[in-house]
Design a protein around this ligand. Structure first.
Ligand code: DX5
Ligand code: ZN
Length: 232
């Protein structure tokens, strides 16, 4: 079952409660936290997550593009995030951090920038609930999808299957009606979409359209014998 997570980075920050309600059929609301150090952009922090939690029933998927997530991630769980993603490149102690996020009651997720391979993290996968394969360099919405990430999505799906883990595989960056089928075919099952949802005239309809496309592509891929099984 494909999950669609609209990114509020492409929403109107002065009307966040309305913008959250505009996508109420979405699976999660993707909240991009940027600190102007890990990425060259600055967005929002814990108080905004606390307010969003009260403004919508949609669970919050917080993507931390920040330095020192070991220090800050627990505060986002306490603020109401149902899933917290830290970057592999930024975490000092990813196993301890993932265990702490889970112990506080949220799903623990780890993100990889485009140049970071999945293979060194194979042994960590049981500690995680989701892997995020970035399909743009993190920092901004509206960038072009990086097709060169498709092999990494396939290899990540193959590792998840080899270990028989219940992990979700998220993609984020440039996901749209034009690119979502390629991601689903490669083995992604959670799709972040910012401009493709909030740039649409009807964001809720855009969510439904993306989900239908992803499910069609995943069904076609499994009909052909599954995605990523060969590791390529
Ligand atoms: C980028 C963020 C994304 C961003 C995606 O660094 O992590 O979540 O909002 O935006 P689109 O879907 O427009 O590429
Ligand atoms: Zn994101």
């Amino acid at each position: 079952m494909a999950q669609i997570n609209p990114s509020i980075l492409s929403a109107d920050f002065a009307r966040l409660a309305d913008e959250a309600r505009a996508v109420e059929g979405a699976d999660w609301l993707h909240v991009d936290v940027m600190d102007n150090h890990f990425v060259p952009n600055l967005t929002l922090g814990v108080p905004v997550v606390q307010s969003l939690r009260k403004a919508t029933d949609t669970p919050l998927d917080c993507h931390l593009m920040i330095e020192d997530p070991d220090r800050w991630a627990p505060s986002f769980v306490e603020a109401g995030a149902g899933s917290v993603t830290f970057h592999a490149e930024a975490a000092a102690a990813p196993v301890r951090l993932a265990r702490e996020i889970r112990a506080l009651g949220a799903r623990a997720s780890m993100a990889l920038k485009p140049a970071t391979p999945i293979e060194p993290f194979e042994d960590l996968l049981p500690e995680l609930d989701m892997i995020l394969v970035m399909t743009v360099e993190p920092g901004f919405g509206g960038q072009a999808f990086l097709d060169i990430m498709l092999p990494k999505i396939r290899r990540t799906r193959a590792l998840i299957e080899r270990h028989g883990l219940p992990l979700w595989l998220q993609v984020d960056g440039g996901v749209s009606a034009d690119t979502i089928e390629r991601c689903a075919e490669a083995g992604a099952d959670v799709f972040v979409a910012g401009s493709a949802v909030y740039g649409a005239d009807d964001p809720a309809a855009a969510v439904r359209g993306l989900r239908a496309s992803a499910e069609r592509a995943a069904a076609a891929a499994s009909g052909r014998g599954g995605s990523g099984g060969s590791g390529r």
